[in-house]
Write a protein that binds this ligand. Structure first.
Ligand SMILES: Cc1ncc(COP(=O)(O)O)c(C=O)c1O
Length: 407
């Protein structure tokens, strides 16, 4: 069956929750993917920050094959070897002492918010349940996490939203100080906002949040679903700031492409979850956690963090050069290999043109081109993307100039 027929069947049978591009990807290897018609694409989307190791990393593939032959799933009634390995590796390499496993970023955030409420009931004075989140944040699509997501466009049609949330501007510690009241129990923040337009923290911002949380006795939760697992050049984005959260959520790239989510928790807080308080049938299942162990080891052992830092700085400098040449580029920002280019115009058509030229990139917030290549990307591959982008921008520039001269 050809790709057009498949796409027609998708329109007929798959719920229309995604605006899809008209390509059907059937194969991936490293930094590249191929569609059903054999066209090759250089992938700067990485399944939206999932394929940090590149597509079908051999260590992950091998572990999935071996684990699938041995044991795919058992209930959390029983101990699960790769789950224990992944939890201990995550704790060894982070601030955390305990890990709860689930299947997605939204679920990890749900877990964090439930634990914050439960901890507050047990350990904080009064009746504290409110969670403060940041404007332009993104925390998921379940009812609680979309309420936590402080962007109106995601709320439309779903009222009444969950009670117990308050929104403040990102990068404004004073706003937090003013927002905290006798109901507040926690602050949930992305160390770099991904969907909200690749918004980086200003110097000292996360530290200030930590100080305010300590002063007021609140829990600090970092959502590293998009920026964790090496995306910023360190295993966790919080490491850049010298600030530790009380809880941290992960998902996306944690298992090299296999669905997984995790909530990392500090001692003293984790104990508020007792047997029966929270659960997930698939959470931490043998297949997903075996893939997670292989993915984490590959990130740590194969120089991916170093490459991310090195080529990330190079990519940022190349994008800054592009900004200087084109007046419709507003700003370039990001860290490691999560980079954004804010335009003074709609970015959608540029994504489509790049796709025609064989490059997958993404646009968020309507006008921020977002680049999320695998951490194994090379300078040469970055040059190819920048060159393709410049060609498109030159055409836009020329069109704009000829429109002015026609007037
Ligand atoms: C920062 C952040 N948190 C949470 C989520 C939700 O993750 P999932 O789609 O796995 O539920 C996302 C997804 O893009 C995200 O970027």
């Amino acid at each position: 069956m050809d790709s057009q027929t498949w796409m027609m069947l998708s329109e007929k049978y798959v719920a229309h929750t995604y605006a899809r591009y008209p390509i059907l990807l059937t194969r991936g290897k490293g930094t590249r993917v191929w569609d059903m018609d054999g066209k090759e694409y250089l992938d700067f989307v990485s399944g939206l920050a999932v394929c940090n190791l590149g597509h079908c990393h051999p260590r992950v593939v091998k572990v999935i094959q071996d684990q699938a032959e041995r044991l795919i799933h058992v209930s959390n009634f029983y101990y699960i070897e790769p789950q224990i390995q992944l939890a201990s590796l995550l704790c060894q390499h982070s601030f955390a002492d305990k890990v709860f496993f689930c299947n997605s970023g939204a679920e990890a955030n749900e877990g964090a918010m439930k634990l914050a409420r439960k901890y507050a009931k047990e350990k904080m004075d009064g009746d504290r349940y409110e969670i403060i989140t940041m404007e332009r944040s993104f925390h998921g699509r379940t009812l609680a996490t979309l309420t936590a997501t402080a962007q109106k466009k995601f709320h439309k049609g779903y009222s009444p939203l969950m009670p117990g949330f308050k929104y403040i501007p990102f990068n404004d510690p004073e706003a937090l100080r003013n927002a905290v009241d006798s109901k507040t129990c926690a602050v949930l923040v992305e160390p770099i906002q991904g969907e909200g337009g690749v918004n980086c923290p200003t110097e000292g911002y996360l530290k200030a949040l930590r100080e305010i949380c300590d002063e007021k006795g609140l829990l600090l939760i970092f959502d590293e679903v998009q920026v964790g697992m090496g995306r910023t050049g360190k295993l966790f984005a919080y490491e850049h700031e010298g600030v530790e959260p009380d809880m941290l959520t992960l998902a996306k790239s944690l298992a090299g492409g296999v669905p997984i989510g995790a909530l990392l928790i500090k001692k003293g807080i984790a104990e508020s979850f007792e047997p029966g308080d929270h659960a997930s049938t698939f959470g931490g299942n043998p297949l997903a956690t075996a893939a997670g162990v292989a993915a984490l080891r590959a990130i740590l052992e194969e120089g991916m963090l170093e490459n991310c830092q090195r080529v990330g700085s190079y990519f940022l400098s190349r994008l800054e050069e592009v900004k200087k040449k084109f007046p419709f580029v507003q700003e370039v920002r990001g860290k490691g290999l999560i980079l954004g280019m804010e335009l003074k115009m709609d970015g959608g058509p540029i994504v489509k043109e790049m796709m025609q030229k064989g490059f997958l990139i993404n646009c968020t917030m309507g006008n921020v081109l977002r680049f999320l290549p695998p951490l194994i990307i090379t300078k040469e591959e970055i040059d190819q993307v920048v060159e393709a982008l410049e060609n498109i921008f030159n055409k836009i520039n020329n069109d704009q100039l000829s429109m002015v001269s026609d007037q």
